[in-house]
Design a protein around this ligand. Structure first.
Ligand code: ZN
Length: 564
């Protein structure tokens, strides 16, 4: 019975999504402003397109099947978030009033009735508000709504062997058993009909494509939807080498706020970006040379870099589920299954057209407020994206064990030595040494002078975008560390009107010396120095706060509109 309800809701949801693509722009605001208008304006609508015209007709048809599968996945995620989500969506869709349409719109952005960028506060008002529990359920719909976290913990503690593995695994929900205790239900059973729909679409796509690795992944993933064993399909995803790059299935566990055990369904249907892929392989050939030139004690450099984790640059055609809610994903690292990571590593996928939309709709307006007129004119997407690529590559360079290469294989991992400070130091290292590396390559002529001329200002604008999200997580901390250090060294200056500028005469040396400082802390495993640096620099200074205060009208993120 439940599956039937799900399928109706899935189709309804797909329909809502499809019609929302052709919805005319909203009417001008009336005198009595709806509080939801302000919330909606935080997400700038952005057309997201990818060049699918170059694909042969059979590959385009395969892409259509994949987009269909992704729509099915969207409804599945909705059901995973909260058991009442599909019923509420049905009720919201029936309300054709302006207020009702706004509520539906914000529901679709958040994939539920709770505001994901405002502490999950409920935003549904009027009679439908009675359908909501008082708070967003932290257990989502992965555990019974009437269970407590302690109930589940007690029950899991009493399990052993494969029963325990299944209960704590990625791909199952926990439900009430007939006797009132709990039972583990695999996704392949819990979502049987929906997954059969998705699997059928994947098989049709597999039959259409003439690219062997794509065919292999799609067939294996269709099998996994029905068998609940995702291992072989994750391995096939790592081996993908095709013009179409789909990621579809249960992946991230953030939605399970009790334990982080359960994977939420999502899909990223994308096309490989050949120009950026070429740029990446050109950079790949430069990495050992960059390592050899790192501005650190020579003994800390690695004379022989190993193979680096694969990176794919793609343009998305359609995203859904957990991959399309609230703030949009711009890059991801998958899979999360340790067994696959051990055998094949993991793959980083970067969504270039999503990054471009964020750049246009968020970063450019921020630059308009935060930077001087002369500096904001230099901000460029090419520099922004190239720096992101270099940031990812630089995670692989520099010391990874205490002592650097002086004691190969014997030093403690830097991650363990730096404990809770590691992520922030490592993120700051990847950012700042990314700028250092681009400057090196620009000096050699491998990177265009245009990028070298714009990358510092672009980085400065981007710092304000990151700091806006707060200093709670590693990226925000790492950015505050860099911005405040550059201010202290005179490489970033505050102008009389409160805007910020790069000091061209000082930036290059300041970037090099901060790269040296961070990599030396890592090579020495110097936890005390890391703590001291973070304590001094992970703050929002008054001059930065004054800029942040002026950014209220700038959107937080984008609302993607797909037109495939
Ligand atoms: Zn990073």
């Amino acid at each position: 019975m439940r599956h039937r309800v799900t399928n109706v809701a899935v189709r309804l949801f797909a329909l809502v999504i499809m019609t929302s693509c052709s919805t005319p722009p909203p009417a001008p605001p009336t005198a009595a402003a709806d509080p939801l208008d302000a919330k909606l304006s935080q997400f700038a609508p952005a057309e997201i397109t990818a060049n699918t015209a170059a694909l042969p007709p059979n590959e385009r048809q395969a892409l259509e099947k994949l987009v269909h599968a992704a729509r099915v996945i969207d409804g599945l995620f909705l059901e995973q978030v909260w058991s009442g989500n599909t019923a509420l969506l049905t009720a919201l869709s029936a309300d054709r009033s302006d207020a009702g349409r706004r509520q539906l719109h914000y529901f679709l952005i958040n994939k539920g009735p709770w505001d994901r960028i405002d502490h999950n506060r409920p935003f549904i008002t009027g009679p439908l508000a009675a359908m909501l529990p008082s708070e967003k359920p932290l257990q989502a719909n992965f555990y019974p709504a009437d269970a407590t976290k302690a109930d589940i913990e007690r029950w899991i503690a009493g399990l052993s062997g494969s029963a325990r593995d299944n209960a704590t695994g990625f791909f199952s929900v926990i439900r009430r058993a007939a006797n009132g205790t709990f039972t583990t239900v695999p996704y392949s059973v819990a979502y049987q009909n929906t997954l059969a729909d998705a699997a059928a679409a994947l098989r049709q796509a597999a039959a259409l494509t003439s690219q062997p690795t794509l065919k292999a992944f799609l067939s294996a993933r269709a099998d996994a939807f029905l068998s609940n064993d995702y291992f072989a399909s994750d391995m096939a995803w790592m081996a993908l080498d095709a013009s179409i790059e789909p990621t579809i299935g249960p992946y991230e566990t953030y939605e399970d706020e009790w334990f982080g055990y359960k994977a939420a369904f999502e899909a990223f249907i994308a096309i490989r970006d050949d120009a950026e892929t070429q740029k990446l392989s050109a950079f790949g050939a430069e990495l050992q040379g960059l390592e050899n030139a790192l501005p650190i004690d020579a003994a800390y450099r690695n004379p022989s870099l190993g193979a680096l984790a694969p990176i794919r640059v793609v343009n998305v055609v359609f995203t859904s589920g957990d991959g399309n809610r609230g703030v949009q994903t711009a890059a991801f690292n998958l899979p999360n299954d340790d067994r696959v990571i051990k055998e094949k590593g993991s793959k980083r996928v970067m969504l270039k057209n999503v990054q471009q939309a964020k750049f246009d709709k968020v970063l450019t307006p921020i630059a308009g407020v935060a930077l001087s007129a002369a500096d904001r004119a230099k901000v460029s997407f090419d520099a922004f994206f190239t720096h992101i690529l270099m940031h990812e590559l630089m995670h692989g360079l520099g010391p990874h064990q205490v002592g650097g290469s002086r004691q190969p294989g014997s030093g403690q991992a830097v991650r363990l030595a730096l404990k809770d400070t590691y992520s922030a130091i490592e993120e700051a290292k990847a950012d700042i040494s990314g700028l250092w590396a681009l400057q090196q390559l620009a000096d050699k002529g491998t990177v265009s002078p245009a990028i070298a001329a714009s990358m510092y200002d672009t980085f400065l604008a981007s710092a304000f975008r990151s700091i806006r999200f707060g200093l709670n997580e590693a990226h925000g901390k790492g950015i505050a560390l860099q911005l405040n250090t550059l201010l202290d060294r005179g490489a970033v200056v505050v102008n009389g009107d409160g805007t910020f500028s790069i000091a061209p005469a000082k930036i290059r040396d300041a970037v090099g010396s901060l790269t040296r400082d961070l990599m030396t802390i890592e090579a020495e495993g110097n936890y005390a120095a890391a703590q001291d640096l973070l304590k001094r620099t992970v703050v929002i200074r008054p001059e930065v706060q004054r800029v942040l205060d002026k950014l209220n009208a700038v959107p937080i993120d984008i609302e993607p509109k797909y037109s495939f």
